[in-house]
Design a protein around this ligand. Structure first.
Ligand code: CAA
Ligand code: NAI
Length: 645
């Protein structure tokens, strides 16, 4: 069957794209659409066209598998034919109209959307820009500032915002297709879109826009190219701007950054697939228990509340329970400020939270997530108590960063229901969920982890038990090597600058100061007794901790925060130089390239060891962990991708 069908009813042609799962514009779809466009032109009975999609969504864009391959017919040519059609076309939008999908809708003469629809040009997230007229048509429909935000940030807008901005003509009230037909009759025969001027471009300070964007994009090329294309749209004729956009698109589509970003797109969707394929029935997530309401427990509670679950949060005493509730409330307030929820959503979420000190309050929960201090004896005690009170069908999870999930499972009578659910701070924001599969973890516990990730809209990556799982193990390895570089002559600010110019949002020393140096210090002290005597060990971080420099929370860590911002501290430089001398290292200069090469080499070696030991399911999963959990620049594709590049 053709992916695009057409039937004519009372002079209106209904052109329907049906190409599951997301109606992407693959080569067969484009060929079939081009054919439909030609048939419309030849059939004089047709007075107008409603373009719609079967399934759950309008067209989600070009087929990402085909990007970079020159395959005819070209989308821009098809869109030009639609725009120049002798009859009006109306796009009937439901679900998402993204990338080439929105460009297709913009080539039509009118647009109607369901109120729940979303529209966007997310191409920059794939390292490209809209290549079928998006940068030229969008600013003729919406004000240039809106076009700049939509195209350079790549974030979709909802139907109401699209209506207000001028991107759609009307929102459907009851029936999308019949209302689309009505719109066809009402469409004024206006000036063709490409002959209209761009909207409100005079007030744009292009240099300032570029400066801000350069800083924000941290080395990603596509947003800057997209801005340049919009500048073309404002300064050249539509025809010239379309040609320039096409050149930029073709150049970016074969770039290393686009290849890397496409790799990440598919790697993120493949992550955790083993959890989805399980036959086991996941636990019900309508009521979830959380033990410990500190940084992580409160964040996990907020994530669950925002997803609609009821949460029973158990703390050690009344005062801690009250503090935990306040923490949750404050985090919800911040979410409301960011527009994630409104005031009534905030109140309803808080209503779904119950705090308690008694484990008996948890018995209605099918899943309990422990997030108490990182202390094995304490966690063992918590698991033994949970095992005693929770029904055998309930799943018990730990948010431990490093500890042995098998040892915790061993304290219970049903180790098959125990697993690690390693969230990242802030837990209600960060996308990554490391699912730690113990040697006894059963399919129901794993299926529950998969269901939880979907419920919270997180990306699950499965790891097996080892010290630090995937992410913290790799971070530990390169953090150690960075300390060796400090001993050998580098300084924290140089390492941070090298990482930031590579594209990390923050260098490793700023990150450590932010999260606090004490957890890793406690972990090093716990391991001191078993560390081989001949293993190289740098004492710099220990010296800082001993001096009370635990990071931002104490005002000093690798940097001095007395002015709020990280400032180089001569005391830290002196400690580093003393440690170099003690270790008998001759200090030398490091270039940025050398620093990055060393960091990547260590990450890749540790990643390979993790694969060889069967800790991760794939190299792609390691990339996903480092990008979504540890700030590795997305447009570089991840450490393991770079070994293939
Ligand atoms: N091309 C190829 N495959 C795609 C695709 C696309 N544009 N969009 C989604 N898919 C695939 C996914 O890989 C996934 O496949 P598997 O089930 O095999 O993993 C399947 O469709 C479902 O996707 P999701 O799991 O992401 O489903 P969702 O419901 O969570 O989200 C979506 C749906 C919002 C459309 C999301 O898939 C998405 O954002 N897709 C990408 C949209 C995009 O970036 N479009 C721009 C493409 S570039 C372009 O259009 C250039 C141009 O100017 C011509
Ligand atoms: P935290 O110190 O902020 O909070 C711990 C909470 O546990 C405190 O509120 C404390 O009152 C409570 N608690 C202690 N004993 C308890 C008991 N017996 N019963 C009930 N509550 C008890 O610690 P944080 O940072 O939230 O860490 C918690 C866990 O999450 C640790 O295992 C940590 O390794 C892990 N983790 C931490 C991350 C971080 O960035 N902070 C990231 C990912 C995991």
């Amino acid at each position: 069957m053709q992916p695009v069908t057409m039937h004519v009813r009372e002079g209106i042609a209904h052109v329907v794209i049906d190409s599951p799962p997301v109606n992407a514009l693959s080569q067969p779809v484009r060929a079939s659409l081009a054919d439909a466009v030609a048939r419309v032109e030849q059939d004089s009975q047709i007075a107008g066209v409603v373009l719609s999609c079967a399934g759950r969504t309008f067209v989600a864009g070009a087929d990402i598998n085909e990007l970079g391959a020159p395959l005819t017919p070209y989308l821009p040519d098809i869109l030009a034919d639609i725009a120049a059609s002798r009859v009006p076309w109306v796009a009937a939008i439901k679900g998402t109209a993204l990338g080439g999908g929105l460009e297709l809708a913009m080539a039509c003469h009118g647009r109607i959307a369901e109120p729940s629809a979303k529209m966007g040009l997310p191409e920059v997230s794939l390292g490209i820009l809209p290549g079928a007229g998006g940068t030229v048509r969008l600013p003729r429909l919406v004000p240039m500032t809106t076009a700049i935000t939509m195209i350079t940030a790549g974030k979709p807008i909802d139907a109401k915002a699209a209506l207000d901005a001028g991107l759609v003509d009307i929102l459907a009230e009851t029936d999308l297709l019949s209302e689309a037909e009505a719109l066809l009759h009402d469409l004024p025969m206006g000036i063709p879109l490409l002959e209209r001027p761009v909207r409100d471009a005079d007030a744009i300070d292009w240099d300032a826009e570029q400066k801000t964007l350069r800083k924000k994009s941290q080395g990603a090329q596509a947003p800057l190219e997209a801005l340049a294309a919009l500048h073309d749209a404002a300064s050249l004729s539509a025809e010239q701007a379309l040609a320039a956009e096409r050149d930029r698109f073709l150049r970016l589509a074969v770039s290393d950054q686009s290849r890397a970003l496409r790799h990440v797109f598919f790697a993120e969707r493949a992550a955790g697939r083993s959890l989805r394929d399980l036959q086991a029935e996941p636990a019900d997530l309508s009521c979830v228990g959380v033990i410990g309401g500190g940084t992580m427990g409160a964040g996990i509670a907020v994530a669950l509340l925002l997803a609609g679950s009821q949460v029973i949060l158990v703390e050690r005493d009344e005062a801690s329970a009250a503090k935990a509730r306040t923490r949750v409330d404050e985090t919800l307030t911040a979410s409301a400020k960011r527009g994630v929820i409104d005031a009534s959503g905030h109140a309803a979420a808080l209503d779904r939270l119950k705090t308690a000190q008694d484990y008996g309050a948890l018995t209605d929960c099918q899943l309990v997530i422990e997030a108490v201090f990182e202390d094995m004896a304490l966690k063992r005690e918590v698991f033994a108590r949970l095992d005693a009170v929770m029904p055998a069908s309930a799943i018990l999870a730990t948010n431990t960063s490093y500890l042995d999930v098998d040892a915790l499972a061993g304290t219970t009578a049903h180790p098959d229901r125990v697993l690690g659910l390693h969230f990242f701070a802030p837990a209600h924001v960060m996308k990554l969920l490391e699912v730690v599969r113990g040697s006894a973890t059963g399919p129901r516990a794993l299926a529950t982890a998969g269901a939880l990730a979907r419920h919270l809209r997180k990306i699950a990556v499965v790891a097996c038990v080892c010290d630090g799982f995937i992410g913290n193990r790799i971070m530990n390895a390169y953090r150690n090597d960075c300390e060796f570089m400090l001993e050998e002559g580098a300084l924290p600010q140089q390492i941070d600058a090298a990482m930031e110019s590579f594209g990390f949002a923050m260098g490793i020393y700023k990150v450590q100061d932010l999260s606090g140096l004490d957890i890793a210090w406690a972990q090093r002290k716990a391991r001191a007794a078993t560390r081989p005597a001949d293993e190289r060990y740098a004492h710099i971080a220990d010296r800082l901790c001993e001096a009370g420099r635990l990071g931002r929370k104490t005002g000093r860590g690798f940097y001095d925060y007395s002015d709020g911002k990280p400032k180089v501290d001569p005391e830290v430089t002196a400690i580093i130089e003393e440690e170099s001398a003690k270790a008998a290292r001759t200090r030398r200069d490091f270039t940025e390239r050398e620093i990055i090469d060393r960091i990547l080499t260590v990450m890749q070696a540790e990643g390979q060891a993790i694969l060889d030991e069967g800790i991760a399911e794939s190299a792609d999963d390691i990339d996903v962990v480092m990008i979504t959990g540890y700030g590795f620049p997305r447009h570089k594709g991840g450490p393991m991708w770079l070994t293939r590049g």
